[in-house]
Design a protein around this ligand. Structure first.
Ligand code: AMP
Ligand code: GLY
Length: 427
């Protein structure tokens, strides 16, 4: 089968790496890709926003499955248009992608189906939002309703901060994404990323993971797309996984189906593990980045049949096998990220770094220039390693990083610290 993968991040490099190893795949194409993905797939100049061009390409190249990495094309309805043209695509329809595209939609779905989540209200104007915040007190969380590239959530420690966030969003600081807002209760606990592969009716849980969202060590600094991740997440015990499936994922699938928009694809639940059990912080309608990288390193089964079964509604009794090893990834980002940063600096030492035992380096934002690799994004590399424990995977990932020369980059030095503390306490 020929597959077209859409996206250009570390997540897509990991997906390309895993799919390229499948005996089912004849040709793997990727758009727009990056310098690392070019080792696994043929890069093609396609704009995922141009649905007609994507359909024409799929017909010309006899594409049997399109795999969509990021959320924007899903929310824009690319899967609907491909399927209408008779081309199989992995991922949710536009209506199902509202689980990520509209926070208000998801919160209402939770309320209507008794899915545990933070108490909330939706607002369309600043005055009512301010009154609500004053009534509830801080800490409190202010969220733009729409997609805001990770900038739409403000965890306000004070009422003044919450009012500032409300003013910023209603003043158009996030464009159309902030035209409506959700204000919700602050949840205390430990966060985990939970992934389930869904076929509209059935859900198969994937391995658990945790990411580090803040830019700097000790979880300090601004929120980012994720500066590192590891799997498994010790907080996701078998009991917590079973509760998450029963209390959150399964009722969501049933509700989506009842609404006439069954959910297919990967459902990514951002969870807070509270004293009362798992609560949903948000849904994403795609694999996490960088969580996908550690999941792909641990997945023993072929990924391609799982993606096809999700698309075809065939996940009942589907079984995935995982390596018992831990996996960890450290993201190397351009200095300045998540704010402004420069592109075009040279990265060297990648071949030597990849020699470290258990290491796999996924490119997140790179571009080839002859035989040089240049930085071409905020998050630039995802240096991953497997190990018997999270501590061993961490040591290997940092050993690989020490062989990489890139003065314009930075990375966190403490990825996995919570899991490693638990490993050491349990040892
Ligand atoms: P989101 O984009 O909804 O995942 O939010 C980004 C981050 O804000 C989350 O990963 C949490 O760290 C934090 N956050 C969001 N909602 C809440 C909440 N209700 N309580 C505590 N922290 C939250
Ligand atoms: N790492 C979190 C995300 O992909 O949204």
């Amino acid at each position: 089968m020929n597959i077209l993968l859409l996206g250009s991040g570390g997540r897509e490099h990991a997906l390309a790496w895993k799919m390229a190893a499948s005996p089912l795949v004849e040709r793997l194409y990727c758009a727009p890709g990056n310098a690392g993905i070019a080792r696994e797939a043929q890069i093609v100049p396609l704009d995922a926003g141009d649905h007609v061009a994507v359909i024409d390409f799929c017909r010309a190249k006899s594409i049997g499955l399109v795999v969509v990495g990021p959320e924007a094309p899903l929310v824009a309805g690319l899967v609907d248009d491909l399927e209408a043209a008779g081309i199989k695509a992995f991922g949710p329809s536009r209506m199902a992608a509202r689980l990520e595209g509209s926070k208000g939609f998801t919160k209402d779905l939770c309320r209507d189906n008794n899915i545990p989540t933070a108490a909330y209200e939706r607002f369309a104007c600043a005055v009512a939002a301010r009154d609500y915040v004053r009534g509830r007190g801080a800490p409190i969380v202010v969220k733009a309703d729409g997609l805001a590239a990770g900038k739409g959530v403000v965890v306000a420690e004070t009422i003044a901060q919450a009012e500032e966030a409300i003013a910023m969003m209603f003043d158009g600081g996030l464009g159309a994404a902030g035209a409506g807002i959700v204000i919700e209760e602050f949840l205390a606990g430990e966060e985990a990323s939970f992934f389930a592969l869904c076929d509209g009716v059935h859900a198969v849980p994937l391995a658990s993971a945790q990411d580090h969202k803040r830019a700097f060590d000790n979880d300090q600094g601004p929120n980012t797309g994720g500066m590192g991740a590891y799997s498994p997440a010790p907080v996701m015990t078998p009991e917590m996984t079973a509760r998450t499936m029963r209390e959150i994922i399964e009722p969501t699938l049933a509700a989506m189906k009842a609404m006439g928009c069954p959910y297919k694809g990967v459902l990514f639940a951002g969870l807070m593990i509270t004293a009362d059990g798992p609560k949903l912080i948000e849904y994403n309608v795609r694999f996490g980045d960088p969580e996908c990288q550690v999941l792909m390193l641990r997945l023993m089964s072929d990924l391609v049949p799982a993606l096809i079964a999700s698309r075809d509604g065939q996940l009942a009794n589907f079984d995935l096998r995982w390596y018992p090893d831990a996996a960890l990834t450290v993201v190397m980002a351009a200095k300045g990220y998540p704010g402004g940063y420069e592109k075009g600096s040279v990265i060297s030492g990648l071949a030597a770094a990849a020699q470290v035992e258990g290491v796999e380096i996924f490119h997140a934002g790179t571009r080839a220039d002859g035989d040089k690799v240049l930085a071409n994004g905020g998050r630039v590399l995802s240096v991953c390693a497997r190990g018997r424990t999270v501590a061993e995977a961490q040591a290997r990932a940092y050993a690989a990083i020490s062989r990489i020369t890139w003065p314009q980059g930075f990375f966190r030095r403490d990825i996995g610290f919570r899991a490693i503390e638990r490993e050491q306490a349990g040892a």
